[in-house]
Ligand binder design. Structure first.
Ligand SMILES: [Zn+2]
Length: 435
């Protein structure tokens, strides 16, 4: 039995086994619990429960993850094959802030404080790493990845990398509704080019959950409780809960997104599980709070409880190991599961609009059924690409270019959109209204 179920069942007590079993099965398929204000009493991460549910729903996921694991292990055995990109991998980030109350609408400054923490923790720039006990001090790793808020959205338009969106949903669960605009959330940006972070009122007593590499693109990313997002030490005016107010929940969850397992191997203390990393000690179960070193389990020399992938408080986790760094970086090797990030333009500002120099436009505006391109004399409509995006940069599949100069927009919901018209060298973007 895994820990999330265990704690939920323990809360219910043994007097209601049928109810407990029902709850367990409902949680396994991702239903939202009714309890919306579960207090956070200790760190809890829903990642492994979500993985089990996804594996049950999609038999092919295990095969995709096995292929990623095989490549990861191959690279671990042959360090010279590891990523060839010199220096730091830059990961463009989009933060979807979903809010039901004003307090949940965390500010861009609080978001930026989170990005700053990620950059410190993943580049060994955090000042507290020197608290690492002597026997592990030589293993503290600079992972060599840098996080930047997106400056260019999937449509090629300028962006701050932060989306603030009001929602009627007062509390979210691990059912991924927060990643779906039709379910009150906000759709993921292209997961091969961006790290998607959702900050929201996550329930179930969870601080966050992530999806491992190999999962569905539409749900790829990390969900974090809004009040555990960002750092009080860097931006004191934000909204935080105590013990989880230094931004380490995101460090932990992004670790999962980069294929790290929990440091204890998710085996409930059996000493048989593994985190698939060789330089971390075998460890019985998770640690909470701020344990004194050494806490010995599985005959080790002391749990590596100060690792970001344990369950301790924010102030008491401050390092990744070299083996974990290699495991994460395997994703950026040729053929790696996140190699698309290396060619993402999301972190760089778009060039200025070229509309003034490119003689392409469309009419009518507003439109209800179709847009017609007004092309230069003699130009072939087939050589143009046309895409319609909403104002958040999501490509609208309901609008189709016929390759002959017309875009059908009949099925597009009413509202404001961008049309991007490209000729292979330049792209013109203009707003239009669907009526
Ligand atoms: Zn976790």
């Amino acid at each position: 039995m895994n820990k999330l179920y265990f704690s939920a069942l323990a809360l219910l007590g043994s007097a209601a086994p049928a109810l407990a079993q029902d709850l367990q099965s409902r949680m396994a398929v991702g239903y939202q619990l009714e309890a919306t204000t579960t207090p956070i009493t200790h760190r809890a991460c829903g990642t492994m429960e979500v993985l089990q549910a996804q594996l049950a729903a999609d038999p092919a996921l295990a095969q995709r993850m096995a292929r990623i694991e095989a490549q990861t292990q191959q690279l671990a055995a042959n360090p010279t094959l590891q990523r060839t990109t010199a220096g730091t991998v830059i990961i463009p980030v989009v933060v979807h802030v979903l809010y039901n109350t004003a307090a949940q609408n965390i500010s861009d400054a609080q978001v930026q404080s989170q990005i700053a923490v990620l950059n410190e923790d993943y580049q060994k720039l955090n000042s507290d790493y020197n608290k690492t006990p002597g026997i592990y001090a030589g293993l503290v790793a600079n992972v060599g990845v840098q996080f930047v808020l997106a400056r260019r959205d999937p449509a090629g338009l300028a962006t701050t990398g932060v989306i603030h969106k009001q929602t009627k949903t007062s509390s979210w669960s691990t059912n991924d509704a927060v990643k779906n605009s039709k379910r009150g959330g906000d759709n993921a940006w292209d997961a091969t080019k961006y790290l998607n972070l959702w900050a929201c009122n996550l329930g179930q007593g969870l601080l966050g959950y992530a999806q491992f590499p190999g999962g569905s693109a539409s749900t790829d990313g990390v969900v974090i409780l809004y009040s555990a997002f960002g750092s009080r030490a860097k931006y004191a005016a934000g909204t935080y809960i105590s013990s989880y107010d230094l931004g380490r929940t995101a460090t932990h969850e992004v670790g999962h997104w980069l294929n790290l397992r929990h440091i204890w191997g998710d085996d409930n203390g059996a000493c048989t599980g593994s985190d698939l990393v060789t330089d971390t000690p075998n460890q019985g179960a998770e640690n909470y709070g701020c344990p004194a070193f050494p806490h010995v389990s599985c005959s080790n020399s002391g749990d590596m409880s100060m690792n970001y992938m344990d369950y301790v408080d924010d102030a008491c986790m401050y390092m990744f190991s070299t083996g974990q760094s290699s495991r994460m970086n395997a994703l950026f090797a040729p053929g790696g599961a996140r190699v698309g990030i290396l060619t993402s333009l999301g972190g760089t500002a778009p060039r200025p609009a070229l509309a003034a120099t490119t003689p392409v436009s469309f009419y009518p505006n507003p439109a209800s059924e179709r847009l017609t391109l007004a092309l230069p004399a003699g130009a072939s409509a087939a050589r143009y690409t046309v895409q319609v995006f909403d104002l958040s940069g999501h490509a609208m599949s309901q609008a189709r270019y016929d390759g002959r100069g017309q875009v059908q927009v009949t099925d597009l919901p009413k509202g404001l959109y961008y049309v991007a018209i490209g000729d292979g060298t330049e792209t013109v973007r203009q707003r239009f209204e669907k009526q």
